[in-house]
Design a protein around this ligand. Sequence first.
Ligand code: SF4
Ligand code: FES
Length: 246
Amino acid sequence: MNLTLKIWRQKSAKDKGQIVTYNVTDISDHMSFLEMLDVLNESLVAKNEEPIAFDHDCREGICGTCSLHINGEAHGPDRLITTCQLHMRTFKDGDTIFIEPFRSKAFPIIKDLIVDRSSLDRIQQAGGYISVNTSGNSQDANAIPISKVNADESMDAAACIGCGACVASCKNASAMLFVSAKVSQYALLPQGRIEAKERVTNMIKQMDKEGFGNCTNTGACEVECPKGISLNNIARLNREYLMASI
Ligand code: SF4
Ligand code: FES
């Protein structure tokens, strides 16, 4: 395939960015999207030009590092996959593809397509954990019965990889889907009930402090989430927050 790429280039957080056009040729439809960018970068390096900076690590849909807005959609046009799992067979020969960073006030651009998503880490640090006694008195996990329904829903919420696509897709740049997944994975388990009030209060407080917008139930986050995190988690987050506030 021969493709025209329109890519956001920005030297640093302080610089003004712009869309730059590149042409790539002989791209195999078996390549992943990131491999296609690797090919472009190799050609740029060969010409002594600055390669395009983009985030990636596992390239298996696990780490949540890759984060591209492709043709206006977080992680591209396919559903339930991350950018690293997107393949070039999704596109046609001659296509023009727009590639931009995840945009949000809480995700400042570092360089080109890389944004700073440490705001999500700080929300997680505010309460996304349980305190466990590990001083030789820890309880056998199987001693606490948990219903299959709750165990399954908790596991589904725990699938969130913290990529931030929900924020980038939301017109309000809300992080509610992310926070709701992190709160739900514990709220559904007896081990998570002990610190439930502090957790939800502190995580919401940090979310607001980081400058994320509020949720207006448009549902774009659920559509673009690569891990299928359900909006039901936001309803649970609201219930947890209300109960903690009373
Ligand atoms: S809820 Fe989905 S889109 Fe949002 S950070 Fe988690 S995995 Fe990514
Ligand atoms: S590089 Fe790890 S999820 Fe894409």
